[in-house]
Design a protein around this ligand. Structure first.
Ligand code: FCB
Length: 475
C-alpha cells in the first residue's frame, strides 16, 4: 500500500519515540556508595575554582535513591523513552577488572522499572565520568583508555543486554576531547592542544572497539550508535576567508569524528591545519577500519548554531563559542585563523542563541552523510532562569517556545526526508550542569535541591501532551 496522504500537523512524527535524557554524574549523587570510586568529574568539581559556586555532583538529584519516584514521574508524563548514562566508576571503579555487582544491579533495577512502565531505555555508556584511575594513567590521550572502554562496554552489555535495545557508546566526544583536554573547562581540566587531538582519536577508537564488544555481547535486535554534538557552523559572510574559517571549524568540531566514524578517514585539511602541532602518528594502521563500524542509529545533540569569520584580531572564541570563558581555546590550530561571533536570536540562560534552523540543517545534513542510518535527536532543550516552584507550579513559557520551535524544525526535516525516529528532551530534571554547577536549570521538572522535591514545570505538561498526541499544537 502506498503512503496515505496525511496533513502534516497530525502525521509529522511517524512511529516516534518521545523521551527525555539525563546523565549519571548530573543526577545520581551517592558518589561514594556501593563501591563507586571517583571519576574525573568528582576530582574536577572538588578542585576549587573549577565549578561555579564550588558545586559538586556529590548529591545532585539524589536519583540513586529516588529512581523509582523518577520513573513514576516519567510514567505520569507519559514518556515513551528515557536516555540515561551508566556511571563507569560504579560498574568498574578503577576502569579495570571485574564488574561491581551492586553497580550493575542498580541499572538493572532501573531498566526493569522503566520497562514495567512501558518506557524504552536508551543506555549511554560514557557521559564523561572517566574513572579517575584511568586519567591518572594518562586518560583519553592514551590508547589504552580505548581498550579499557571496550572492556567496560562488554561488562554492561553482559548485564543489560537482555533488556536494553538502544545503546549509545559515547556522548559528545567533542566535549570530552576539546573541553576536557583543550580549553580545560571540563574535567580533567587539561589545556594541551595535542592531548585534545590525541583524545579525539582515542575516543573514535573507543567507539569502534566498544561497538565490536557490544555486538559480540548483544542480541542481533539491539541497536548500537553514538551521540554526537555536531556544530551547525555558519560563515559570517560568503567571503572566501570566512568560508575558510567555517571549513576549519567544521573539521575540528564535526569531521574529526564523522570522518573516522562514517568514512574511515581523517580529512586532509584537518591534518594540514594541525600539522604544526602533531603528525598524527598516534593513529595506527588499521585504526580507521575499527572506527568505522556499522551504525544502527546516529544521535544528534543540538542546542545552538555557531557563526565564524576569518580572525578579526579579538579572542572571540572566549566569548561566543558557547563554551565558557576559558583562557585556553578548545580549537587546536585554529585561533590565528578564526573568530567566533554571536549568532542572532533570543538568548537562553546559557547565552546560547535560540535558532531551530540549525537543528533542521543538521538532521538533513546527516541524512545525506549517513544514508540509511536512522537519526535520533538525543538531546535538545534550554536553560532559563525559571522561578521557584510556587504553589506546586513552575511556569516556563520560554522553554515551551524553545521546544515548540525545535520540534517544528524536526518535523520539517522529516517532511524533507530525514529519518528521525525520536526526540529526547534535555533534560528530565534540573541537574548539575557541569562547570555551571546548579546555576543553570535545563529540566522540564524543577528540582528543589534542599528538599529534593520534584515539580513538573508547565513545559513538562506541554511536552506530555505532545508525546500523548504525537502532534504539535498550532502556534
Ligand atoms: C550537553 C551535555 C549534557 C548537558 C547539555 C546542556 O553538551 O551532553 O550533559 O549538559 O549539554
Amino acid at each position: 500500500m502506498g503512503a496515505l496522504p496525511c496533513p502534516m500537523r497530525t502525521c509529522g512524527f511517524p512511529g516516534f519515540l518521545w523521551g527525555a535524557a539525563t546523565a549519571a554524574y548530573q543526577i545520581e549523587g551517592a558518589v561514594r556508595e556501593d563501591g563507586r570510586t571517583w571519576s574525573i568529574w568528582d576530582t574536577f568539581s572538588h578542585t576549587p575554582g573549577k565549578v561555579h559556586g564550588g558545586d559538586t555532583g556529590d548529591v545532585a538529584c539524589d536519583h540513586y535513591h529516588r529512581w523509582r519516584e523518577d520513573v513514576r514521574l516519567m510514567a505520569d508524563l507519559g514518556l515513551g523513552a528515557y536516555r540515561f548514562s551508566v556511571a563507569w566508576p560504579r560498574v568498574q571503579p578503577t576502569g579495570r577488572g571485574p564488574a561491581v555487582q551492586r553497580g550493575l544491579d542498580f541499572y538493572r533495577a532501573l531498566v526493569d522499572e522503566l520497562l514495567a512502565h512501558g518506557i524504552t531505555p536508551m543506555v549511554t555508556l560514557y557521559h564523561w565520568d572517566l574513572p579517575q584511575d584511568l586519567e591518572t594513567g594518562g586518560g583519553w590521550p592514551e590508547r589504552e583508555t580505548a581498550h579499557r572502554f571496550a572492556e567496560y562496554a562488554g561488562l554492561v552489555a553482559g548485564a543489560l543486554g537482555d533488556r536494553v535495545e538502544l545503546w549509545a557508546t559515547l556522548n559528545e566526544p567533542w566535549c570530552s576531547a576539546f573541553l576536557g583536554y583543550g580549553s580545560g573547562v571540563h574535567a580533567p581540566g587539561r589545556t594541551d592542544p595535542v592531548a585534545a587531538l590525541r583524545a579525539a582519536h582515542h575516543l573514535n577508537l573507543a567507539h569502534g572497539l566498544a561497538s565490536q564488544s557490544l555486538r559480540a555481547a548483544l542480541p542481533a535486535r539491539a541497536g548500537v550508535g553514538v551521540c554526537l554534538n555536531p556544530s551547525a557552523v555558519r560563515p559570517l559572510t560568503q567571503a572566501a576567508a570566512d568560508l575558510d574559517a567555517r571549513r576549519r571549524i567544521d573539521a575540528l568540531a564535526n569531521r574529526v569524528f564523522t570522518g573516522p566514524l562514517l568514512r574511515g578517514a581523517y580529512d586532509d585539511d584537518l591534518l594540514a591545519d594541525t600539522a604544526a602541532l602533531t603528525d598524527w602518528g598516534f593513529v595506527r594502521d588499521g585504526d580507521l577500519d575499527v572506527t568505522r563500524q556499522p551504525l544502527d542509529f546516529l544521535g544528534i545533540n543540538y542546542y545552538s548554531p555557531s557563526v565564524v569569520s576569518a580572525a578579526t584580531g579579538d579572542t572571540g572564541h572566549r566569548r561566543h563559542d558557547g563554551h565558557g570563558t576559558a583562557d585556553h581555546s578548545p580549537w587546536p590550530g585554529a585561533d590565528e585563523h578564526v573568530s567566533f561571533h554571536r549568532a542572532p536570536g533570543e538568548l537562553t540562560a546559557m547565552d546560547w542563541p535560540v535558532d531551530p534552523t540549525g537543528l533542521k540543517d543538521l538532521l538533513l545534513e546527516y541524512t545525506a552523510q549517513a544514508p540509511g542510518v536512522p537519526l535520533y535527536v538525543t538531546e535538545n532543550g534550554a536553560a532559563f532562569d525559571d522561578g521557584p516552584a510556587d504553589g506546586g507550579t513552575v511556569h516556563d513559557p520560554d522553554r515551551i517556545r524553545y521546544l515548540h520551535g525545535h520540534l517544528a524544525a524536526v518535523r520539517e526535516a522529516i517532511v524533507e526526508g530525514a529519518d528521525v525516529r525520536g526526540y529526547f528532551l534535555w533534560s528530565l530534571l534540573d541537574n548539575f550542569e557541569w562547570a555551571y554547577g546548579y546555576s543553570k536549570r535545563f529540566g522540564a521538572v524543577h528540582v528543589d535541591y534542599a528538599t529534593q522535591v520534584r515539580t513538573p514545570k508547565s513545559s513538562a505538561h506541554w511536552y506530555a501532551k505532545v508525546a500523548a498526541s504525537g502532534e504539535l499544537p498550532a502556534g
